[in-house]
Ligand binder design. Structure first.
Ligand code: PEP
Ligand code: MG
Length: 767
């Protein structure tokens, strides 16, 4: 062979990749395959030595295959973390080359390998999902500079190698046992509980993943054309999102989209992709390769801004992969049975798009309790956990996982013991659900005979479908903004009418309370250009926005009036701080009723108008609003956040106050008394109404109507059956009068004496 024939630059890396593809097609022993691979790489890169080092669980790098070093060193030579030039490559997770390796201060001489005579050295990390799997090296006897192109080629090979190593037949092969090629050890991640319940299933990563079989291109020109086409479509979709100013929910903010646009036109990124395709990779593999490198850099980046930008770039890569895989559709596909979705983050629209028959749980690296995806997960009854750091890197597709939506835990590859424990808990949960189902058709009564109305909070069509199984006596709070938040355009009049009519149909004659749009604050619709506010919870939200945008509100009221044609209509206005706001809102509804009449529409059979009591200003002086209202709904989520000055969105402070405390109970009691004095029916619809102990306390304070997430009706009904509301009321009165600082603990301590159900006290005190 002439020297020229050995020059990789002259031949280009395509032939090398072609030979690797052929090698992959042959079934053979894992060690042999790696040995042959090192031979091919050495030959095609004109190197005398090519070696593969793989990471052991200790972090050491084990020489696992070589062409050119002594064969006896294979599986014997191990370099400690950071040792030698190989260690240097591993530590930096970047390629490194040197003309005179033995002269480098990091060079570590290992006589058993016989590498002394080799001068030039180049090493590239073998990365998978940003995780270091090993190092690939090439060495020559002569001192010679290493070109960029050669490094590129080795990086491409290293990516293929990562796939061969992790997904292929090395796992389980004797010579490789003990190597941490595939993540096999059980891991437990502690995060946040975002949606209750427990699920056992298999991990499905949300980000598209490229299979090794589809990494080497058959026809490089055709591949380049595919890549260009996908890039064009990707750019168009990003431009479209930006220009229309309406990013679908679940897609990033404008700021992030701007970053996308920048990257989508960024020569550096695109050139890297093109280069990889020209080298012989498929377009998908090229994206994966470039993404892997960015990932590895991301993991080392300290600067949060830089990290964010790299995250954006990674998301963009995912979009590009979806364009390639699904010919333009960016949405994720079907799921296997028992799928637990593992994602960095997910939007509510994306979650709704997933194949729900097979989705049993969700785990995200980001996410907060009030994130919209969490709301949707709750609505779907799917357990979800958030803030699971490193999930994407530490979990492989197909790994067994357990989602614990009760305690915010995710188990990956759980041990038999953990599985058994969860099987028991899952069985216990199923048993409890059976008990609740048995109570479904019975009215909710306290032990001392008070009748409590329990209704469901809802907002999405999917929840309406599950209404029947909850035993709800109606929809106590229909959050109309949800549908606005999960659709990418402003729902048209007919779409709104259809949704509201569907809610009325699903309730089958039971009352439905429609709350007008409560957008703003944390609830942002994609097409309303949100202006950044320093304190969104105290900002332009709810009825404030509704009154400033009368067109939007009137449109919605029209839809409600049309949908209720011939049926009872209950309308609730959110976030009132001044009675005049309520007056204005009522006037708008009356106007719409007159409009419907003028146009010959069949009017609702009756109209009741209420207001959300959720600001301290109204709680302390509710009379003016009460005089105008037909009913009241206490929005305890907001009422408490404003009362305690604790942002419900901020996990650092959201749980810092206790609604079972003297100030909160005093307030809630006075509100109930004011409503009674005005003879106006009152309902409590914040999250606390759906917690069994809190629900008992509310009945003790005299509330007789509660509205909660559908899934909580069973547990609340069961708890209420054991409460002596009158006795508890007396206990609470005394506690309030005495200004007790420790109401919750004292209440649980007094337990049955205070009128609480024993089972509930046992349950709560045994944790
Ligand atoms: C509340 O504030 O308690 C409430 C029910 O409304 P939302 O959670 O939608 O603000
Ligand atoms: Mg509210």
């Amino acid at each position: 062979m002439t020297r020229d024939a050995l020059q990789p630059a002259a031949r280009g890396p395509r032939r090398l990749l072609g030979r690797i593809r052929d090698l992959m097609a042959v079934q053979e022993d894992a060690q042999k395959r790696l040995d042959r691979l090192t031979g091919i790489i050495a030959e095609e890169t004109a190197s005398e030595v090519c070696s593969i080092y793989l990471v052991r669980p200790s972090g050491a790098l084990e020489l696992s295959a070589t062409h050119g070093l002594k064969p006896e060193a294979v599986h014997t030579t191990r370099l400690k973390a950071g040792e030698g030039l190989v260690g240097l490559v591993a530590r930096r997770a970047r390629p490194f080359s040197v003309e005179d390796a033995p002269g480098h201060p990091s060079f570590s001489f290992r006589p058993e390998t016989g590498e002394e005579p080799f001068k030039s050295f180049v090493g590239v990390p073998i990365l998978r999902g940003g995780r270091l799997v090993g190092v690939l090296t090439a060495q020559t006897r002569a001192m010679r500079p290493i070109t960029e192109e050669e490094i590129e080629t080795l990086q491409t090979v290293a990516m293929l190698l990562a796939e061969i190593v992790v997904s292929g037949d090395l796992v389980g092969a004797e010579a490789f046992s003990g190597l941490e090629l595939r993540l096999s050890r059980p891991e437990r991640f502690q995060g946040l509980a975002l949606s209750g319940g427990l699920a056992r299933g298999v991990a499905v990563k949300h980000e598209p993943h490229v299979r090794p079989a589809r990494m080497v291109a058959e026809d490089a020109e055709a591949e380049e054309a595919r890549l260009e086409d996908a890039i064009k479509r990707l750019r168009r979709s990003v431009d479209l999102l930006l220009d229309s100013g309406r990013a679908p929910m679940g897609t990033p903010s404008r700021e992030v989209l701007e970053a996308y646009r920048m990257f989508a036109h960024d020569r550096g990124w695109l050139d890297q992709l093109r280069e990889a395709v020209r080298a012989g990779l498929t377009a998908e593999a090229a994206v994966e390769r470039v993404r892997n490198e960015h990932r590895a850099r991301l993991m080392q980046a300290r600067d949060p801004y830089f990290r964010e930008r790299l995250h954006d770039l990674e998301d963009l890569a995912n979009r590009l992969l979806r364009h390639l895989e699904r010919n333009g559709a960016e949405s994720p596909g079907q799921l296997p049975e028992g799928a637990v979705l593992i994602a960095r983050s997910i939007g509510p629209a994306e979650l709704l798009e997933l194949d729900r028959r097979n989705l049993v749980g969700v785990a995200v690296e980001e996410g907060s309790q009030t994130s919209h995806a969490a709301i949707v997960a709750k609505a779907l009854g799917i357990p979800m956990v958030g803030q699971i750091e490193g999930a994407l890197d530490r979990i492989e597709d197909g790994d067994a996982v357990i989602v614990d939506g009760e305690f915010g835990i995710l188990h990956a590859r759980p041990s038999g013991e953990v599985r058994d424990t969860y099987d028991e808990r899952i069985a216990g949960l199923a048993e409890r659900r059976r008990v609740y189902a048995g109570l479904r058709d019975a009215p909710a009564m306290t032990r001392d005979g008070a009748r409590i109305t329990l209704s469901a909070n809802a907002g999405l069509l999917v929840e309406l479908m599950r209404l029947e199984e909850t035993g709800a006596e109606g929809i106590g709070l229909f959050r109309t903004e949800f549908q606005f938040m999960v659709s990418d355009t402003l729902p048209r009049l007919q779409a709104q009418i259809d949704l509201y009519a569907a809610a009325l149909d699903a309730a089958g004659g039971r009352p439905v309370v429609f709350r007008t749009l409560d957008l703003g604050g944390d609830k942002v619709a994609p097409y309303t250009r949100a202006t950044r506010e320093a304190n969104p919870a105290l900002g332009w939200r709810g009825l404030r926005m509704g009154l400033d945008r009368p067109g939007l509100t009137r449109y919605q009221l029209r839809a409600l009036v049309h949908a209720a044609s011939g049926r009872a209509l209950n309308v609730l206005f959110p976030l009132i701080t001044d009675p005049r706001e309520f007056t204005e809102a009522r006037d708008m509804l009356h106007q719409e009723l007159r409009h419907a009449e003028r146009h010959g529409h069949v009017p609702p059979s009756g109209v009741r108008i209420g207001f959300m009591l959720e600001t301290p200003a109204i709680a302390f002086a509710p009379q003016a609003c009460l005089a105008m209202a037909d009913f009241v709904s206490v929005g305890a989520n907001d009422l408490m956040q404003y009362f305690f000055a604790a942002d419900r969105q901020n996990p650092r402070v959201a749980d810092r106050y206790d609604p079972i405390s003297t100030p909160a109970l005093t307030l809630l009691k006075s509100v109930r008394e004011a409503c009674d004095a005005a003879a106006k029916p009152v309902n409590v619809c914040g999250e606390l109404a759906g917690r069994p102990l809190e629900a008992c306390v509310l009945t003790g304070l005299g509330y007789r109507s509660l509205s909660m997430a559908g899934g909580m009706i069973g547990p609340v009904k069961r708890a209420l059956a054991g409460v002596d509301a009158a006795r508890l009321g007396a206990w609470l009165d005394a506690a309030i009068a005495g200004g007790r600082p420790d109401v919750r603990s004292a209440l649980l301590k007094d337990g049955e004496n205070a009128g609480l159900p024993r089972e509930l006290v046992d349950e709560l005190t045994s944790i």
